[in-house]
Design a binder for this molecule. Structure first.
Ligand code: KIV
Length: 278
């Protein structure tokens, strides 16, 4: 049975209004066919900079460019009618100044048709979030594990344990006060995610956070079992498409080598088959 289909694509204010309501459903996508599968099922679809690791074989998200985001953003946009498109701002495209962030966010939105951008950072990005929000650019914030900062965070560790919890709460309140319409909480202890969700008036979107967040997001290739280089604890595999694809490719190779593919039904006769009389 398919999940409940949505009718028209939500806007950022619709997502914001879901605070405390029916959980917000979201996934990442990078291609048109995948976006078509989620259209109307996900409230929003994120073209995450995870595209660099998942589709381009990069070892982190740090080398993802504006051009990559735009290309994948356009592909995903073509697959969506009933879900909102959110696009990640890549590393180096927004941290320098609010003006730099505005220029690049405006380009991402106008060239892809995205309804909002997502950027990483808490209090330090509050001024930029306010600058963008007041100039027509809806911003989804992202705190906790922010993969663009792995070098300063010391790797892909859980964030906000012990005394760091207070700073995370400050960050969550700062992005909400700055005008973000939602905030992603990545790899944050469950009780802290619960407290943040209760403390702020914008939806929290959890990934490795808590079921009590206002919504959830996963990287689609992780949950489908297509990306298997590593699996984070917070990933649930709903399918094993990578194993299926590998077995199909191996079978194809064996059949080509045995000349059992193509079979008679896959090849063409010298003459076209006669058309049946109407
Ligand atoms: O890039 C990404 O896919 C993300 C999600 C994991 C939230 O930021």
């Amino acid at each position: 049975m398919s999940a409940t289909a949505l009718k028209t694509a939500p806007m950022p204010q619709d997502i914001k209004a879901r605070k405390g309501g029916t959980p917000i459903v979201s996934l990442t996508a990078y291609t048109t066919p995948m976006a078509q599968l989620m259209d109307g099922v996900c409230d929003f679809v994120l073209v995450g900079d995870s595209v660099g690791m998942v589709l381009h074989g990069l070892s982190s998200t740090l080398d993802v460019t504006m051009e990559m985001m735009i290309l994948h953003g356009q592909a995903v946009r073509r697959g969506l009618n009933s879900s909102m498109l959110v696009i990640d701002m890549p590393f180096g495209s927004y941290e320098e100044s609010p003006e730099q962030a505005f220029r690049n966010a405006a380009r991402l939105m106008s060239e892809t048709g995205a309804g909002a951008v997502k950027l990483e950072g808490g209090s330090t990005m509050a001024q930029t979030i306010e600058f963008l929000s007041k100039r027509g650019i809806p911003v989804m914030a992202h705190i906790g594990l922010t993969p663009q900062s792995i070098h300063t965070l010391g790797g892909y560790k859980v964030q906000g344990r012990g005394p760091a919890a207070d700073q995370m709460m400050v960050d969550a309140k700062a992005v909400a006060a700055a005008g973000a319409f939602a905030v992603v909480l990545e790899k944050v202890p469950e009780t802290l995610a619960d407290r943040i969700t209760q403390a702020i008036d914008i939806p929290t979107i959890g990934i490795g956070a808590s079921a009590s967040c206002d919504g959830q997001i996963l990287v689609v290739d992780d949950m489908l079992g297509l990306f298997t280089a590593f699996k984070a604890k917070f990933v649930k595999r709903y399918s094993h498409l990578g194993d299926d694809a590998k077995s199909a490719i191996d079978t194809y190779a064996r059949e080509v080598q045995a000349r059992t593919f193509p079979a008679p039904e896959h090849v063409f006769a010298d003459e076209a088959p006669k058309q049946k009389a109407p």
